[in-house]
Design a protein around this ligand. Sequence first.
Ligand SMILES: CC1=C(CCC(=O)O)c2cc3nc(cc4[nH]c(cc5[nH]c(cc1n2)c(C)c5CCC(=O)O)c(CCC(=O)O)c4C)C(CCC(=O)O)=C3C
Ligand SMILES: [Fe+2]
Length: 384
Amino acid sequence: MVRGATPAAAAGPEHVEEPVAYDAILLASFGGPEGQDDVIPFLRNVTRGRGIPDERLEEVAHHYRAFGGVSPINQQNRELKVALEAELARRGIELPVLWGNRNWAPFISDAVAEAGERGYTSLIAIGTSAYSSYSSCRQYREDYAAALETTGLEGTVRIDKVRQFFDHPGFVEPFIEGVRAGLAEAVAAGHAPAATRVLFSTHSIPSTDAAKSGPAARGFGEDGAYAAQHRAVAEVVMAAASDSEVSVPWELVFQSRSGPPTQPWLEPDVNDRMRELAAEGVTAFVIVPLGFVSDHMEVKWDLDTEAMETAEELGVFAVRTPTPGIHPAYVTGLVDLVMERVLGLPTAERPALTELGPWYDVCRSGCCENVRLGFKPALAGLLP
Ligand SMILES: CC1=C(CCC(=O)O)c2cc3nc(cc4[nH]c(cc5[nH]c(cc1n2)c(C)c5CCC(=O)O)c(CCC(=O)O)c4C)C(CCC(=O)O)=C3C
Ligand SMILES: [Fe+2]
């Protein structure tokens, strides 16, 4: 329900829900392997039912193998959990944090089973993904529904989720600091603003997923809310991080594409674009992992390894700016996102740095559907 006739509320569908006295926070993430023997079973979990070609699986396995079969993501989530617990304690908020993953132990269903054992009946989920798309939003909502089914807790435990937080100041602030520092480095290395590019990089997704991202009724165009949200956040970051007299051009690029070559995914690829721009005379790149919350494998391999090799090959300057990780602004922001639901804050009191937000507490019907995989039950969404 919307309280107060705020312009945002008046303009669109209801964005905010009634307050709820949640019992616990469900920190939900992707999960990753923690040893060589985990790699293939993990990749089978990730690609279940998707027909990703074996060559690609081998290729991805190779990325993990190069790091001893260990993805950094689980350790990063353990650290995030500890940081959230510290911030909750500091603010005197008595909400335990349960952590579970989509593709590796501890699984989301393990965390939900534990909630059931402890007698919790309402959970507020934080998915470690900021934007709207099937992979970054709806699939988590499907996982919550599946976890309640697996554990037999349907009808006993309620799971809500915090809004997608792409434009929440706590998520955006670390990127602003990173771009400011990255631009300063490029200048210090003697690169002119006109010969410098800020490349905001995010996970490529199939064009069909992009088109379906966000509520259809809002008409985000062929790349959907996913691309619109990234562009809007990039504008905010550039405005806040740039010197008012000097303007450095920026672009949105994509990385970590998979799937068959015949299937269209969002482009351009970060490496391809670096090559084109270098040929046009660009000498410095500030690469911003805008689509990622922490330095997991997509960042460590696709940016820190591959994109840096591309830069070396081209003989250009490149710096990769930090992800939010456990930046205090991000951790505080995540707790704020939980508390706006506990308190049932009206739209006008919910911080959002772009005109696209604050995003919905409950996703609109049909939002972020996957036309390739078909319909699966999902929580925290309006029914058709
Ligand atoms: C939008 C998006 C995010 C959100 C950004 C975020 O949440 O941060 C994300 C996160 C992640 N993706 C990850 C890993 C993988 N993603 C895969 C496959 C895919 N991801 C996709 C999209 C996304 N993925 C898509 C459309 C596919 C193809 C499958 C399909 O057809 O729909 C595959 C399978 C092999 C391959 O295809 O590459 C792997 C191994 C990891 C873990 C990294 C680690 O271990 O540290 C993380 C955090
Ligand atoms: Fe992925």
